[in-house]
Design a binder for this molecule. Structure first.
Ligand SMILES: NC(=O)c1ccc[n+]([C@@H]2O[C@H](COP(=O)([O-])OP(=O)(O)OC[C@H]3O[C@@H](n4cnc5c(N)ncnc54)[C@H](O)[C@@H]3O)[C@@H](O)[C@H]2O)c1
Length: 265
């Protein structure tokens, strides 16, 4: 295979926001490492990329496991010859009323959401270090992390999930400072209410409790969005496309809110 001119790894690329990001970055000209816990959906994303004349490689990974993340990113670099962008997108979002939080659940959500962010950053640094910036400010690699509107303000019943998303904003700011001299930028995106299997799971609980449909459950959130509709995954992918491309080269340590106007800072 010819070495593509640019390569992006996306975790959680098998569905939802991760798949939309993978398809969008493929359209932007990146070869895609499609990493997911579910090998079938990871491969389906690669098939969709291939159908649009792009290139991709599916790799199964549990992002909570450091060695697995390092090995998966290595595999993508072996296949495509380089790494330019790493998107730490995979995450889980159980609702956790305060009195129901257990040590097991707290550790699981932090391992998947926060641990994966450390391991993804470490995996990327190893490859980005191979390229030295020719002058201060030259960008040789980009790391992009999934935070959330729930990482900007507290949301009901999300004390664990929200804490992981606040943590990811903190890691993003620290990593931006630590890695700037290597020519690496680190930014995050903060979606609001996005129509994905994750959000549908949460909406279904609300809908069932009220004897209503899934769509009714989803639309309850539209009332809290200034633009009057919930988000599609492609809205978020557009934001990540900007963070992955050259137009954001002079941005680091930021967490862009792409939520239709739920949080104003
Ligand atoms: N959907 C929303 O409204 C929303 C809002 C704000 C932030 N986010 C964030 O965006 C990201 C993607 O969310 P989504 O809605 O697309 O979620 P989703 O549940 O629909 O998809 C997540 C994907 O990640 C994979 N995954 C989960 N755990 C994994 C693990 N341990 N190892 C490897 N892969 C794993 C799943 O298999 C799945 O393909 C998450 O970080 C989420 O917290 C989502």
């Amino acid at each position: 295979m010819n070495t593509p001119s640019k390569v992006a790894v996306v975790t959680g690329a098998g569905q939802g926001i991760g798949r939309a990001i993978a398809l969008r970055l493929a359209r932007d000209g990146f070869a895609i490492g499609s990493l997911d816990f579910n090998p079938d959906t990871a491969q389906q994303t690669v098939d969709l990329i291939a159908a649009a004349d792009g290139a991709g490689l599916a790799v199964q990974v549990d992002v909570a496991e450091r060695e697995q993340v390092l090995a998966a990113v290595d595999k993508v670099v072996e296949a495509f010859g380089r790494l330019d962008v790493l998107v730490n997108n995979a995450g889980i979002a159980p609702t956790t009323p305060l009195e129901d939080i257990t040590p097991e659940l707290y550790r699981k959500v932090f391992d998947v959401n926060v641990g994966s962010t450390y391991w993804g950053i470490q995996a990327a640094i190893r490859h980005f270090k191979a390229r030295t910036p020719a002058h201060p400010g030259q960008v040789v690699g980009k790391i992009i992390n999934a935070s959330s509107q729930a990482g900007q303000v507290g949301n009901p019943d999300l004390a664990v999930y929200g804490a992981t998303k606040f943590a990811i904003r903190g890691i993003t700011q620290t990593a931006a400072r630590d890695l700037a001299a290597l020519g690496i930028t680190v930014n995050a995106y903060c979606p609001g209410i996005v129509r994905t299997p994750m959000m549908e799971g949460i909406a279904k609980k609300v809908a069932d409790a009220n004897g209503e449909s899934l769509e009714w459950g989803l639309q309850q959130w539209a009332k809290t969005v200034t633009l009057g509709r919930i988000s599609e995954p492609e809205d978020v992918a557009g934001c990540v496309s900007y963070l992955a491309g050259p137009d954001s080269d002079y941005m680091t340590g930021q967490a862009l809110i792409i939520d239709g106007g739920m949080v104003f800072n």
